[in-house]
Design a protein around this ligand. Structure first.
Ligand SMILES: Nc1ncnc2c1ncn2[C@@H]1O[C@H](COP(=O)(O)OP(=O)(O)OP(=O)(O)O)[C@@H](O)[C@H]1O
Ligand SMILES: [Mg+2]
Length: 375
């Protein structure tokens, strides 16, 4: 891979490769400094994780602040959550440093096993308790430790909706109790399942009710993205014309990951001068590369779900998926069966809905799949 390609396809490098998000960054920082937790959510691949790292890179410049990133996507229960959190703290405060030494002493008192990842060399902590209750008390100790170090700590828990899937149904209540007692630790709860996260934070019955202020991440401003793209090409001695940039942003619906991917490919295959022809080549190559995945999707869906998906892609955006005009245009069948297919497609995250002034709008989630189906 060409490592000088400035259009990242994962992670975060530095502010120069990061487009805009100034208001969001400011809000997250202001919230933390004023003791407010934030719930950061968006559809997939909009840039939540990147934004967290961007905020962290700014916060880390301040002496008083420490930042800890914890991704809990792969955790299935409270045991794995505890391990993940402990490992993230250890990775943030290496054993060589004072805080790290203190943390190690605490950890050893909790009798864990510590291993080092063979490839990355990163330390991983695992507690093996017989009684589930012990995880709860360890979690409490981990956060109390962070709370009493004479520093402020901003913790981001990414893919936070995952805790709703744990078999331990009291996890939400437990975390809420622990988090509430902290004075120097502040949180960003981030995730993608809009309804799940909203339900978790807005339903009066749930423990996290009104405990965090929401930030819904949407598309980057189109003009700002256009300037960003032009500049990055220019800095690498490549010239891209306006038509090409506008085509990219249109074709990817300014959905961050997809925009990055098309820019990345365009950069990779281009010479010094880029015109629309290069961009067409780039998107064709991407769709070709993804084709096998698209065929897999088809296998996972019923014939009527696939038909509905294709119809949505062809329309690009659908407002009345059970309305007569749409159903008869694509010969989809009855409103009831269309509704069933739609629910399934949303459940499988093949389609997402967007609230617009005109009402709910439906789009194919994966922009590349959408463009491929459209053809
Ligand atoms: N502001 C930005 N400027 C440029 N690239 C960005 C920006 N934000 C995110 N990216 C890039 O876009 C891609 C998707 O971003 P990211 O992984 O942060 O999204 P996400 O919302 O966390 O996705 P998921 O829901 O899948 O976890 C990554 O390649 C990332 O490097
Ligand atoms: Mg993410």
């Amino acid at each position: 891979m060409n490592t000088t390609n400035p259009f990242l396809l994962k992670g975060y490098r530095d502010a120069s490769l990061f487009c805009d998000r100034e208001d969001e960054t400011q809000l997250l920082i202001t919230n933390a400094k004023n003791g407010a937790n934030t719930i950061l959510y968006s559809i997939r691949r909009m840039g939540k994780t990147g934004l967290i790292y961007h905020v962290f890179s700014q916060m880390n410049k301040e002496k008083k602040w420490n930042t800890i990133y914890i991704d809990i996507y792969a955790t299935q229960n409270i045991e794995e959550l505890t391990n993940q959190i402990a490992s993230a703290i250890l990775q943030t405060f290496p054993e060589k440093e004072t805080l790290g030494k203190k943390f190690m002493t605490l950890i050893k008192g909790l009798s864990p096993s510590i291993s080092y990842n063979e490839i990355s060399g990163i330390p991983e902590i695992a507690f093996n308790y017989n009684q589930p209750k012990k995880y709860e008390s360890s979690l409490k100790e981990l956060f109390n430790f962070l709370d009493t170090q004479n520093v402020s700590v901003l913790v981001a828990i990414d893919e936070f909706q995952q805790i709703a899937n744990y078999p331990e149904k009291n996890t939400e209540a437990l975390l809420r109790t622990i988090f509430q007692s902290l004075k120097n630790v502040f949180f960003i709860f981030s995730g993608s399942h809009k309804y799940m996260l909203l339900e978790m934070f807005n339903s009066a019955k749930r423990p996290f009710f009104s405990s965090a202020s929401p930030l819904f991440l949407t598309n980057i401003n189109k003009e700002k993205y256009a300037t960003f793209i032009e500049q990055l090409f220019k800095q690498h001695k490549k010239q891209i014309d306006e038509e090409s940039i506008l085509f990219i942003l249109e074709w990817t619906r300014v959905h961050t990951y997809f925009t990055q991917a098309v820019c990345n490919k365009t950069f990779a295959i281009s010479e010094k001068k880029i015109t629309i022809k290069t961009v067409y080549d780039a998107v064709n190559q991407i769709l070709k590369e993804q084709e096998n995945i698209f065929f897999q999707y088809r296998k996972l869906l019923t014939a009527s779900q696939w038909k509905l998906l294709k119809a949505i892609a062809k329309e690009e955006i659908v407002y009345h998926p059970t309305g007569n005009a749409f159903l008869s245009k694509y010969k989809i069948g009855s409103p009831a069966s269309a509704k069933r297919s739609m629910d399934a497609l949303i459940e499988k995250e093949m389609v997402y809905s967007l609230e617009k002034p005109e009402g709910s709008a439906y789009l194919v989630y994966d922009c590349f799949l959408s463009r491929w189906l459209e053809r």
